[in-house]
Structure formats: structure tokens, C-alpha cells
Ligand binder design. Structure first.
Ligand code: ADP
Ligand code: ADP
Length: 243
């Protein structure tokens, strides 16, 4: 288990913490979110997980989303924005959340900024997990997810303790239909065209940090904690100094 930066958790309850993880499919957003959310006690707001829940339940939203997801395209902005804003409105997100896979377009980023600004909140940190394309196919080809909790495993890089079963809740592990090589190519094109512009958007807002995601899982986690600690501890210290 990772050793956690002790100062970070202590600094968290003092202000709102809206943190985004951005990166291509397979960069490790889900894997890292699980670690970060458990330690920081932040709600995990993963648009892909929310969409898959809708598809599984056969809701109207799920039926609208399914064909886009199967093709490797993005689900239309209005559908995803409504879904995520609804989740953001829940009581547990009032002082922070870790967004995983949202926003994925400039329109979604603007919608999130507007929603947070209505109550004086804002995105505090965007962690961009950079991974070369060549690594992604190998990662997604061996990815297995838990049907119950969505935890992400890999046959080689992050195997479960018992084959086919989730370490957390014994849930059944399955492979996503959209992790096929042909769909991945489409998802990467969509990522480059629609999501990469967010990197500049958040860089201009002064909240972007790039992390090398092509390192062992635990090393990436340590670097993410270091950035979270640096950004949020500084703010906490500044607030204390102003009092
Ligand atoms: P994303 O949510 O960004 O699509 P995941 O967290 O599901 O990515 O990771 C994709 C796959 O790669 C999973 O099988 C996961 O176990 C594996 N993985 C994640 N991070 C790393 C890493 N740093 N090194 C090797 N494999 C990784
Ligand atoms: P990955 O882990 O591979 O990055 P996700 O689980 O986040 O993928 O998303 C799976 C699919 O759900 C995407 O390929 C897309 O079709 C849809 N999706 C997820 N998040 C969004 C979003 N913010 N906007 C539009 N579509 C989304």
C-alpha cells in the first residue's frame, strides 16, 4: 500500500478541492482515482462509470449513450453535462470532488467552470497524466474491470489477488467491449481532436500539472500526491497567514 503524505489529508477540509484527471484512454485515471479518493475522502466523479451504470440499467440516458460509446465516440455534450452536473449537485460534492474523464471537451470545461462559479468555487488543480500512444494498446488489451465497483486491473501490470475476482468486493472482473484495438484507434483520434485542447485551456488558467504516467503505478501515485500536497497545502498556509 502507498505511503500517504501526512500533511495533505490534514489540509483538505479547509477549502473546496475540485481536482481533474485528464489523460488518454488507458493512462491510469481510474487506477489513480481509486487510490486518491480513498485517501483524501473525495467523491470520485467518473463520467465513464456513470454512463456505464446508465447503460447497464437501460435508462433513457443509457440508451442515448450506448451507440456513441460502442463506436468509441464521445457521448454528446448536453447529455454528459446534465448527468455530471446532477451528480455534482449531490451533498457529498459540496466541498470537493475528483473528476475522472470529465471534462473531455471545451464545452464541458466551460459548463463545469460556470457551475462551480455560481457558488464561488473553481477547479483548483488539473493533473494531466501523459502516456505515449504505444503503451496504451497494451494496457487496454489487458484491462479488466470489476462489475460491482469499477476497480481497474491488468493481467500483467496490476493483477488481482485471485484471478477473475476484485480484491475489494469479490466482484466479477470483465473486459470492456470498447477496449478492442479498432475502437481504441477511434478513441485516440477523438481524444486528440476534442480533449487535448483542454490541456492548453487549463494551462492558461494556471492550474495544469503534467505527470509522467509511463512509470510504475505506485510511482505515479506518489507524484500525484506530491502535486496535490504542494498546491493545496500552499493555499492552506496562505490562508492561515492572512488571518
Ligand atoms: P483510464 O481510466 O485512464 O482509462 P485505467 O486506470 O483503467 O486507465 O488503466 C488502464 C489499464 O492500465 C488498466 O488495466 C490498469 O491496471 C493499467 N495501468 C494503469 N496505470 C498503469 C501504470 N502506471 N503502469 C502499468 N499499467 C497501468
Ligand atoms: P477511458 O477509461 O478509456 O478513458 P471512460 O470510461 O472514461 O474511458 O469512458 C468510456 C466512454 O464513455 C468514452 O469512450 C465515451 O464514449 C464516454 N464518455 C466518458 N466520459 C465522457 C465525457 N466526459 N464526454 C463524452 N463522452 C464520455
Amino acid at each position: 500500500m502507498e505511503r500517504i503524505e501526512p500533511c495533505l489529508e490534514a489540509s483538505l477540509p479547509c477549502e473546496t478541492h475540485y481536482v481533474l484527471l485528464i489523460g488518454p484512454p488507458g493512462s491510469g485515471k481510474g487506477t489513480q482515482s481509486a487510490q486518491l479518493c480513498a485517501t483524501l475522502r473525495l467523491p470520485h466523479l467518473a463520467s465513464g462509470d456513470l454512463l456505464r451504470e446508465h447503460v447497464q440499467r437501460g435508462t433513457v440516458l443509457g440508451r442515448k449513450a450506448r451507440s456513441h460509446m460502442d463506436r468509441g465516440d464521445l457521448v454528446p455534450d448536453d447529455v454528459v453535462i446534465d448527468m455530471v452536473m446532477d451528480r455534482l449537485g449531490s451533498g457529498d460534492c459540496v466541498s470537493g470532488a475528483l473528476f475522472d474523464g470529465f471534462p473531455r471537451t471545451l464545452a464541458q470545461a466551460a459548463a463545469l467552470d460556470r457551475a462551480l462559479a455560481t457558488s464561488g468555487r473553481r477547479v483548483g488543480l488539473v493533473l494531466y497524466i501523459e502516456v505515449p500512444d504505444a503503451v496504451l494498446a497494451e494496457r487496454l488489451g489487458g484491462r479488466f474491470l470489476c462489475r460491482a465497483c469499477g476497480a481497474s486491473y491488468h493481467v500483467v501490470f496490476h493483477p488481482p489477488r485471485r484471478p477473475g475476482l476484485c480484491d475489494c468486493d469479490d466482484g466479477e472482473l470483465y473486459q470492456r467491449d470498447d477496449d478492442r484495438p479498432d475502437t481504441l484507434a477511434r478513441r485516440l483520434n477523438v481524444y486528440r481532436e476534442l480533449t487535448v485542447p483542454l490541456i492548453d485551456y487549463y494551462r492558461r488558467h494556471g492550474v495544469l500539472v503534467t505527470i509522467d504516467g509511463n512509470q510504475p503505478i505506485a510511482t505515479v501515485t506518489t507524484q500525484l500526491y506530491a502535486e496535490l500536497s504542494r498546491v493545496f497545502s500552499n493555499r492552506t498556509e496562505q490562508r492561515v497567514a492572512r488571518r
